[in-house]
Design a protein around this ligand. Structure first.
Ligand code: ZN
Length: 229
């Protein structure tokens, strides 16, 4: 479910891995890739949500740090490793190229974002639609475009209405998490939380301010949807 909140351990368990260290994980399993976003003020990459509010621009990854003298931020982001195999950047690029040549399907990418240490939120399933190379005057940086997919839950085939969906920014999520003290605002539970739109988009709600977003547990969310219908 979009905007569901997980601990780091829960996130690893869902993805069936011991640890999740890398930001980019091409084909983490046979169905999808996984990307971790972090928008902390000191985060090393600048990822953003575009104005359509359903597209993310995700920066590729820098070269690995190999010595203290060379800052990876001064080097072109690599497509190939030293051994000539594809880096994670390279794998994501190849997937876009294959899709454009019509030789493969759009890659499904599951995106998680770090709200605070130990607090992760599922941004949803995205389609990897494109990439570009940005030259910032010093070096080349890859920018990947990920568009929120209308097929959200690949397992249960759940669909969402993109017209009425908007991504909540990490800054707002952080603000809401701190304001609501990491607890359901109705019953105080700290389990199965998600960022809830007080007024659904379909009824005119907006995600632009923290005022319309609150922490809700799964139980209280069910009770709420009963009331609306
Ligand atoms: Zn609750």
């Amino acid at each position: 479910m979009i905007d569901q909140i997980y601990s780091y351990r829960e996130m690893c368990d869902i993805e069936n891995v011991q640890t999740l260290q890398r930001g980019m994980n091409f084909r983490m399993n046979h169905r999808y890739s996984v990307i971790l976003m972090s928008r902390r003020s000191n985060a090393p990459y600048s990822d953003k949500i575009l104005e359509d509010s359903i597209t993310i621009e995700y920066e590729g990854h820098d070269a690995p740090k190999t010595s203290y003298e060379i800052n990876p931020k001064t080097l072109d982001q690599p497509k190939l490793t030293r051994n000539g195999t594809l880096t994670q950047n390279g794998k994501f690029i190849e997937s876009v190229e294959k899709y454009k040549k019509d030789t493969s399907e759009l890659e499904k990418v599951k995106v998680y974002e770090k709200i605070l240490p130990g607090v992760w939120s599922l941004k949803g399933f995205f389609d990897l639609i494109d990439y570009k190379i940005n030259h910032d005057g010093k070096r080349n940086v890859f920018i990947f475009s990920l568009k929120l997919s209308d097929e959200q839950d690949v397992e249960t085939n759940g669909h969402i209405d993109l017209k009425h969906t908007r991504l909540i920014s990490s800054e707002i999520k952080k603000e809401v998490w701190q304001r609501d003290k990491g607890k359901c605002v109705i019953c105080g539970s700290i389990k199965n939380l998600h960022f809830d739109h007080d007024l659904p988009f379909s009824k005119g709600g907006t995600s632009l301010t923290a005022k319309n977003i609150r922490l809700l547990c799964a139980k209280c969310n069910l009770a709420k949807s009963d009331k609306i219908e």
